[in-house]
Design a protein around this ligand. Structure first.
Ligand SMILES: Nc1ncnc2c1ncn2[C@@H]1O[C@H](COP(=O)(O)OP(=O)(O)OP(=O)(O)O)[C@@H](O)[C@H]1O
Length: 306
């Protein structure tokens, strides 16, 4: 099993510190969402892991080895960093064949990944005729070509249509279920919530969180309850009397802050209030993420640099 290990990693561009003493491990068998505001250092970290840039200090290794020392890198790590990387005058198939040949990957893998990424019918077209979503699929096909145990994808849902977004979600889950190490950066919180098991969150080059996604949400978003009754005034008075804060929700009913269904249900029952609806409202990843990064967003903190 191959993990990605980032240890005390720092990268400076001139006086700007893009990555600041970062330490975390991306474990196999789960999808790790890589989050952070614009400029937080996600792409820089991925570039350092892939040996595309040199760290100022610290290390980034894959299975204990620096990327530059891997014998057949595409068989060990698949990456999507820049979907525009393919040469426009080549066909999608030729692009993948060239990559396969230079990494001693059997040529049958080309047709397999074209099929897997839904590009089989477009394989003989020049890449410059591809839509953004098709280029994205081609970049993912290239990442999967060497059947690697480690996959890094920077914003893979970018440009994909709704069907493509469902496809990528299923793909990521499958890769993790097969025991691979999967690191995926995204700005789309609903998307990330739909595929990630674990989160690594950066802010201004530093590690803000490294924990299971459920834990991250529960630690930051208080539970809420939605309750609806025919006796509005009585409910409001009951909640206020027990110190609950409640506000009218969309489509009727009350949203009660810091509450659990067990407590509100019992209160309503004891007061003999007819309850039409009673439901726990799960916190979302977006709420938890915004709460964490509010103070960290570069553009909020330093508007003069925007
Ligand atoms: N080649 C470079 N030269 C100078 N500064 C750079 C370079 N690459 C990145 N930076 C700076 O490093 C910081 C981190 O950028 P990076 O692209 O890693 O962030 P990110 O989290 O991937 O952002 P985004 O979500 O916008 O893609 C930014 O302030 C950026 O301007």
């Amino acid at each position: 099993m191959t993990s990605i290990d980032v240890r005390d990693l720092t990268k400076e561009y001139g006086t700007r510190r893009a990555v600041d003493h970062l330490t975390f491990t991306v474990e196999p068998g789960r999808v790790t969402g890589f989050l952070g505001p614009n400029g937080a250092g996600k792409s820089t970290t991925m570039r350092l892991v892939l040996g595309l840039d040199r760290p100022t200090s610290g290390t980034a290794t894959i299975g204990g080895r620096a990327y530059a020392t891997l014998h057949e890198p595409l068989r060990e790590v698949g990456a999507l960093l820049d979907a525009q990387a393919a040469h426009g005058s080549r066909t999608g198939r030729d692009h993948l064949r060239t990559l396969a040949a230079s990494n001693r990957i059997p040529v049958r893998r080309v047709d397999e990944v074209l099929e897997e990424t839904g590009l089989a019918t477009a394989a003989r077209r020049r890449v410059k005729t591809y839509s953004l979503g098709m280029r994205q699929r081609l970049g993912i096909a290239a990442a999967l070509l060497g059947d690697p145990p480690v996959v890094l994808l920077d914003e893979p849902s970018n440009g994909l249509d709704p069907e493509g977004i469902i496809w990528i979600r299923t793909l990521l889950r499958r890769l993790a279920d097969e025991g691979r190490t999967v690191l995926v950066s995204s700005h789309l919180m609903n998307e990330t919530a739909s595929f990630a098991d674990h989160l690594v969150v950066l802010g201004r080059g530093r590690l803000l969180a490294d924990m299971p996604m459920r834990e991250f949400i529960h630690a930051r978003v208080q539970p809420r309850v939605r309750v609806r009754t025919t006796e509005e005034a009585a409910l409001r008075e009951l909640l206020a009397r027990h110190g609950y804060e409640a506000a009218l929700g969309d489509g009727g009913g009350w949203i009660v802050q810091h509450a659990r269904v067990e407590d509100i249900g019992r209160l309503a029952s004891e007061a003999r209030l007819p309850v039409l609806e009673l439901a726990a409202q799960e916190g979302t990843l977006e709420q938890a993420y915004l709460d964490l990064t509010a103070a960290e967003t570069e553009f909020t903190a330093q508007p003069q640099e925007a």
